[in-house]
Design a protein around this ligand. Structure first.
Ligand code: BES
Ligand code: ZN
Length: 649
């Protein structure tokens, strides 16, 4: 990687000389004729025989030479053009003495002007060059810093985002709950921050930030930073994030938002129509926060608020610090889907406090978080519910492992040459969680909790690799009980080790028996006593149906339980998959409505995938998708394009 980076730099210098003969690179060269045409070819993704663990293969940045430490944004939202415009002022530190070229990541940004602050405090234009764009990585932006001894610089970039920026979604009023105001939100993980801020877009680089955001007067802006719920709604909002965070946690949303407190440190931002329901659904957030502190040490971010997004938000949740972004599809009315909140909250420890240094190490974020999530759920709602949720998770993993190639089943996955958007599976989540559950068994719960608390203290506000974690873990293992070979198997081998501790739910054993009795015709659907079933029991019942059911069976289930009309989005999802597989016509109007009103990938992707398996289903998918597509997030569009129009995605 390093050698490739130097090659790139050499290429930049060469092409810089060649395309502008009068330009001495050491002089300030930027004027209206600059930038020169983009001639830089980004380096191909490095293909070395083995992964260099600390190298980020998804960033052009050179933090080992010059590192960004602070970002100051001054951005205006232009809802007419659907762009952000303004400046990003980066405070950078020269780490390697003779480094002169700052390398940033960008994607579809229009760079208008780049200046460096002179020792006298003047902003002087400097030479810069935007490289060619790579489909997955975007384009490198090289900025020349003045030679000399100074170790810190400020660099100001004036820029505009593109209307189709991959990390932003601009919604028309019609796509919001209130229908009156437009809405904007970002989703930066994994490598989309570069589509709205020119920065070093690697999770190994941590920055503090501040921002001034200018919006239409009647809208409110919020960020993954200090938010003042009582701020005057005047179209100018300021934010500060004093703790160093990785770039993928920089986040913004703008809309007709109001705030409703939950507890002392927790509350909800949402559109007015949703805010009461959301505050009620997530009323346990404050308790979750307190319990997590008891288990794993202090919450170090001040407030913890939730932001409820419109239904096109492509994920369930996103752990933006101080302000998790949450899909409205989990507002079920009965708090049945709040494990999502436990998950995003847990990231305040695993992920935000200790961060994966590269996307190869994602399991350090998601595996730890899934483990913490389960512990929080157990502490707040009891072991029975936690075991049910763990079992559903494990069943999902088992189904995926049966399909995934071996190299995709490895926790420390080799992502060279791959777009991180295309490779996320339940492996880093649920296999990671099972690894930690195995470690819990190895240490004993009490000792393992001490291990985790110490771990969060030791690496707080750092980004680490899998290898750093393993080194730390090794040092904590009792000398007389080596576990190295098993640990290496968990992290570097496909599949699950034979001694994995698998979740087991007695409630689900009863559900399995009931399903079998019904399938064998021993009981009628109307005889099944579902009165006391939780959402999780329903999911276990439906998810484990055989692929083929007869029309009579489908009608019987639907008439007995009104599944097509289920108001729970997870139950509806599971039922709709069954309906597609069995061509159960009466559910297709709901299916159409579902695909048109929800943009959360986890819920819609499997439905499109199921649909395109038959010619009729494909025609239905194409018709509905043509209508749904404009309302989907750029990421959901890309994923769905591949399924519905392309090769099966
Ligand atoms: N950080 C993830 C979402 C994510 C991961 C976005 C990778 C982009 C790249 C978030 O914490 C998450 O895991 N969300 C899940 C929640 C679920 C597992 C409880 C989701 O969105 O479904
Ligand atoms: Zn997560």
């Amino acid at each position: 990687m390093k050698s490739l980076l130097s090659l790139l730099l050499a290429g930049l210098l060469l092409s810089g000389c060649a395309d502008n003969e009068n330009t001495d690179l050491s002089t300030v060269a930027s004027d209206s004729a600059v930038p020169p045409p983009a001639l830089v070819v980004p380096p191909p993704l490095p293909v070395e025989p083995t992964v260099a663990p600390a190298d980020d293969y998804h960033s052009y940045a050179n933090p080992g030479e010059i590192a960004v430490r602070h970002i100051s944004l001054d951005l205006q939202t232009d809802f007419g053009e659907q762009i952000l415009k303004g400046t990003a002022t980066l405070t950078v530190e020269r780490v390697s003495r003779d480094a002169e070229m700052l390398m940033l990541d960008t994607r579809d940004l229009e760079i208008q002007d780049v200046r460096v602050e002179s020792p006298a405090g003047k902003w002087v234009q400097t030479y810069y060059k935007l490289g060619n764009s790579d489909g997955a990585l975007g384009a490198p932006l090289a900025i020349e810093l003045p030679p000399g001894d100074a170790s810190t610089f400020s660099v100001r970039i004036r820029y505009r985002t593109a209307p189709g920026a991959s990390g932003l979604q601009w919604l028309t009023p019609a796509q919001t709950a209130g229908k009156k105001h437009p809405f904007l939100f970002s989703q930066s993980q994994a490598i989309h921050a570069r589509s709205w801020i020119p920065l070093q877009d690697s999770p190994a680089v941590r920055v503090t930030y501040d921002a001034t955001i200018r919006t239409p007067q009647d809208l409110l802006a919020v960020m993954s930073a200090s938010n003042d719920a009582d701020t005057e709604r005047d179209g100018e909002y300021t934010f500060r994030m004093p703790q160093p965070i990785p770039s993928y946690l920089i986040a913004i949303a703008v809309g007709d938002l109001v705030f409703e407190p939950i507890g002392e440190r927790t509350g909800v931002y949402a559109e007015p129509a949703l805010v009461k329901a959301a505050a009620d659904e997530f009323a346990d957030t404050e308790t979750m926060l307190e319990i997590t502190e008891d288990l794993f040490g202090p919450y170090r971010w001040g407030r913890y608020d939730l932001l409820i997004l419109p239904p096109s938000f492509p994920f369930g949740g996103m752990e933006n610090p101080r302000l998790s972004f949450i899909t409205p599809t989990v507002i079920a009315g009965d708090r049945s889907l709040v494990s999502l909140i436990a998950h995003e909250l847990a990231h305040s420890w695993s992920g935000n406090l200790i961060t994966n240094a590269t996307w190869r190490d994602l399991w350090l974020n998601e595996g730890f978080t899934s483990y913490l999530e389960a512990r929080i759920m157990e502490a707040v709602y009891g072991a029975e519910r936690a075991e049910m949720e763990n079992t559903l998770g494990y069943q999902g993993l088992a189904r995926e492992l049966a399909e995934l190639p071996p190299e995709a089943q490895i926790l420390a996955i080799d992502l060279r040459g791959q777009d991180p958007d295309n490779v996320f599976t339940s492996v880093p989540y649920t296999k990671g969680q099972l690894f930690l559950t195995w470690l819990e068994g190895y240490f004993g719960r009490e000792e393992f909790d001490v291990f985790l608390r110490n771990y969060f203290d030791r690496f707080a506000f750092e980004s680490i690799t899998t290898d750093q974690f393993l080194e730390y873990l090794s040092a904590q293992l009792p000398a007389n009980r080596p576990a190295k070979p098993q640990i290496m198997e968990w992290v570097f081998e496909p599949g699950l080790p034979a001694d994995a501790v698998l979740p087991q739910s007695d409630a689900f054993t009863r559900i399995d028996a009931t399903r079998n009795d019904w399938l064998e015709g021993e009981i009628a659907a109307t005889d099944i006593d579902t009165e006391a079933w939780t959402v999780h029991e329903w999911l276990a019942f439906l998810n484990n149906m055989p692929d083929q059911l007869s029309n009579d069976q489908l009608v019987a289930l639907d008439q007995a339980f009104d599944l097509t009309e289920s108001a729970n989005n997870e139950i509806a999802h599971s039922w709709l998959k069954i309906a597609i597989r069995n061509d159960y016509e009466p559910a297709f109007a709901r299916l159409e409505n579902y695909l048109l009103s929800i943009g959360r990938l986890k819920l819609i992707r499997p439905l499109y995938q199921e649909l395109v398996k038959t010619e009729r289903g494909k025609q239905f998918a194409q018709r509905v998708y043509a209508q749904a597509r404009p309302g989907y997030h750029p990421l959901a569009q890309r994923v769905s394009d591949a399924i519905v129009m392309g090769d099966g995605g």
